[in-house]
Ligand binder design. Structure first.
Ligand SMILES: Nc1ncnc2c1ncn2[C@@H]1O[C@H](COP(=O)(O)OP(=O)(O)OP(=O)(O)O)[C@@H](O)[C@H]1O
Ligand SMILES: [Mg+2]
Length: 231
């Protein structure tokens, strides 16, 4: 279980995350929804060790620490918002970078596995990542994260800029990862997407969690319906 307790993130005088606690159980899909600037990315970056924070973050009862490489080694991997691919590098090179902590032979094996899973990446292996479509880039970003064989995958706004058809495809990909036993923290402004996949979801406003529950429970909430589902 990945547990975040009493997390605070400051940027100078700006308090971006305040006293946030949540947990992701083994093989769970958990959602985190909230508006622009609510503190979603800050929460993920704090878990991944990319920014300083206070509070405790633990994995299976042991502190996760803040050494980014060690966090990846322990199986907690983030797919960054905006995909953060190396635009001038090829698809293959981006995948290789996802395995930077691994031996060459293992990297080769895992790239092959990703290309079996995402055949399109094989076709595009020599294409520069920056020239892929938005949906293809999202696929590559997920495949690159999977190179580290995560147990916990933190995905930041994967739906951003994707067509409805691509969003459906993404939904299948996330379900397939879930069925392989990967636990997922899914961060999205697309609340309907999160509710269709997550077992539990948290709502964050101004850095604080304001609601938590199953999608069925949250859908009953008037505030969630008007502010997050637009119904
Ligand atoms: N590096 C930074 N320096 C200063 N303030 C920051 C920094 N990063 C984020 N913030 C501020 O922290 C708050 C939370 O930002 P964050 O990126 O976590 O929100 P978010 O929920 O991911 O939003 P979005 O949906 O737009 O991605 C915002 O007010 C933002 O301006
Ligand atoms: Mg964000």
């Amino acid at each position: 279980m990945l547990e975040v307790a009493h997390l605070f993130v400051h940027y100078g005088h700006v308090l971006a995350v305040r006293d946030l606690s949540l947990s992701i159980g083994k093989n769970q899909v958990v959602g985190l929804v909230g508006a622009n600037g609510a503190g979603k990315t800050s929460t993920l970056n704090a878990i991944s060790g990319l920014i300083s924070r206070s509070g405790t973050i633990s994995l299976d009862g042991a502190p996760l620490g803040s050494d980014t490489a060690n966090i990846v080694r322990r199986g907690v991997v983030q797919v960054a918002q905006g995909r953060k691919l190396f635009a001038d590098m090829t698809v293959l090179e981006n995948l290789e970078l996802g395995g930077f902590l691994l031996k060459r032979a293992i990297v080769k094996e895992r790239i092959e596995a990703q290309m079996v899973q995402f055949p399109l990446l094989r076709q595009r292996a020599q294409q520069r990542a920056g020239t892929l479509s938005g949906g293809e880039q999202q696929m590559l970003a997920i495949a690159r994260a999977l190179m580290a064989e995560p147990r916990y995958l933190l995905i930041d706004e994967p739906c951003l800029g994707l067509s409805p058809k691509m969003v459906l495809h993404l939904s299948d990909i996330i379900l397939a990862l879930h069925h392989r036993g990967i636990s997922i923290l899914l961060v999205e402004q697309n609340t309907a997407f999160v509710f269709s996949l997550a077992e539990r979801a948290f709502v964050i406003e101004n850095g604080s969690l304001v609601l938590a529950g199953s999608p069925a429970e949250l859908k009953e909430n008037d505030r969630v319906r008007s502010a997050y589902l637009g119904i």
